[in-house]
Design a binder for this molecule. Structure first.
Ligand code: GSH
Length: 232
């Protein structure tokens, strides 16, 4: 069968969702990376919203938007990642959307221009994780207990941002949230989550943040200066 191709960008968390699901379902696929600042014509023609991910199917048709891409993979490939109970399944779809809203919150954090907006964005993110702390099952290690689900695939990329942020900023987003912290660690260890990005992801994200010209860029620059003066 012809391989699937995932049209990607190195930093995109929505692309990572599709890559994680493909990996969990043990589907061989190719990845093509594009420069979103210089979109090729074939990409503009294939992507009605001009966004990654795109999934090129074996029949050479393109799918766009991560949610339908992931649902397509759920219908056509491997073992199910959605729960069989319809109510639980609908809840999982809602929590995938919750992950998207959390990504918007992360966007607000790295776009904040001053300390007050940065602190507001941090608190708004903490509120989301406090909700998850209440929602998570007691037995873990995943969102719904012992089975890895599409919600886990959506949150692996969310937590990955904080691995980079926390190296230079004391956010306190997860302080005291034990279940969320354990879930985060479990997802960070999961091979599908690890393999969804290239090894240089932390450097690429730091570079992206350094060039934002926002509060987080200032925190990053200060941390780099401190490290340089300690090393000198
Ligand atoms: N709702 C979309 C969001 C995808 C998205 O925001 N992709 C970003 C990169 S992470 C993108 O391609 N942006 C390019 C642009 O907007 O020009 C999905 O779930 O696939």
């Amino acid at each position: 069968m012809t391989k699937l191709t995932l049209i990607s960008h190195t930093l995109c968390p929505y692309v990572q969702r599709a890559a994680i699901v493909l990996d969990e379902k043990q589907v061989a696929f190719e990845r093509v990376y594009i420069d979103l600042a210089n979109k090729p014509d074939w990409f503009k023609a294939a992507s009605p919203l001009g966004k990654v991910p795109l999934l090129k199917t074996g029949s050479d048709r393109y799918l766009f938007e991560s949610a339908p891409i992931v649902e397509f993979l759920e219908e056509t490939e491997g073992d199910p990642l959605h729960p069989s109970d319809p109510v639980l399944r609908a809840q999982h779809r809602a929590y995938v959307e919750f992950a998207s809203q959390t990504l918007n919150g992360i966007g607000a954090l790295y776009s904040a221009r001053d300390e007050a907006s940065f602190r507001n964005a941090t608190q708004a993110l903490r509120t989301k994780f406090e909700h998850l702390e209440d929602r998570l099952s007691d037995d873990g290690p995943f969102f719904e207990g012992s089975s890895f689900s599409l919600v886990d695939a959506a949150f692996g990329p969310v937590f990955r941002y904080f691995d980079v942020f926390e190296a230079f900023a004391d956010l306190q987003v997860f302080t005291g949230l034990e279940k969320v912290s354990d879930w985060r660690s479990e997802l960070a260890r999961r091979p599908s989550v690890k393999n969804a990005v290239t090894e240089d992801y932390p450097d690429l994200l730091r570079d992206f943040l350094a060039r934002r010209g926002t509060w987080i860029s200032k925190l990053l620059a200060e941390s780099d200066q401190d490290a340089a003066s300690t090393a000198a």
